[in-house]
Design a protein around this ligand. Structure first.
Ligand SMILES: *Cc1c(COP(=O)(O)O)cnc(C)c1O
Length: 215
């Protein structure tokens, strides 16, 4: 990450690592908590079991959220990366209004337009944005995307660049700051950092590193 920041002429503290612990045993999670501040889980159930055991960490929900699990997410996540529909946003907002402080969310965007992928299309987001920012119980902090599953680096880069462009457009046209861009995983985080990521979600690569250190 530091090397990618250097290449991109960005300061290293402008990008945060979300250590994705979805496949990690609890012992590994505990070990990682000595080195990382933000954990990412993709299932609300596992998030709700783990967060109370390490309450000083920031726990982010990064995986798909069903509306009937919104309460778990609101209670246990300091940020939800995966708000991918208006109905889900409304549900999170309703729950958050009863639970306390506003919930930080990112809006997930299907930049590359793959049919199999969830997320708002850029056009939908332009249309729905003011309706969503009107909800006081959610704080929309930025956008999230997953790159297309391809080895073609130029396609990956253009989906990250597309997310940043969309963020800039929304932010300018609605006067709403969107500081966070959650993009980049183990295989493509360097490209994401070059294209402006502020949160990279890294799982498998982290554990390869730990295994090597232990060996
Ligand atoms: C699992 C997951 C990641 C991390 O993937 P790795 O390739 O293991 O780094 C990132 N984002 C989401 C949404 C995930 O589900």
């Amino acid at each position: 990450m530091d090397a990618a920041c250097q290449t991109a002429d960005r300061s290293t503290d402008s990008v945060r690592l979300v250590a994705v612990t979805k496949y990690a045993d609890w012992e590994w999670v505990q070990a990682l908590s000595a080195h990382h501040q933000v954990f990412g889980e993709n299932r609300p159930q596992q998030l709700s079991e783990r967060q109370p055991l390490l309450p000083d960490m920031n726990w982010h929900l990064i995986g798909q959220l069903q509306r009937n699990k919104a309460k778990l997410a609101v209670r246990h996540a300091s940020m939800i990366h995966s708000v991918d529909s208006l109905r889900l946003l409304e549900r999170v907002a309703d729950v958050a209004a009863l639970e306390g402080p506003p919930t930080n969310v990112l809006l997930q965007v299907n930049v590359s337009g793959e049919e199999s992928k969830s997320g708002f299309t850029p056009e939908e987001l332009q249309t729905l944005f003011s309706q969503m920012t009107a909800r006081q119980s959610v704080s929309i902090r930025g956008l999230m995307t997953m790159a297309p599953a391809t080895d073609d680096e130029s396609l990956i880069r253009s989906s990250f660049a597309g997310l940043r462009q969309l963020r800039d457009d929304l932010s300018n046209s609605h006067g709403h700051a969107l500081p966070e861009l959650s993009m980049g995983m183990s295989g493509d985080f360097e490209i994401a950092i070059e294209e402006g990521a502020t949160l990279v979600r890294i799982g498998s690569r982290l554990f390869q590193g730990l295994n090597r250190q232990q060996a």
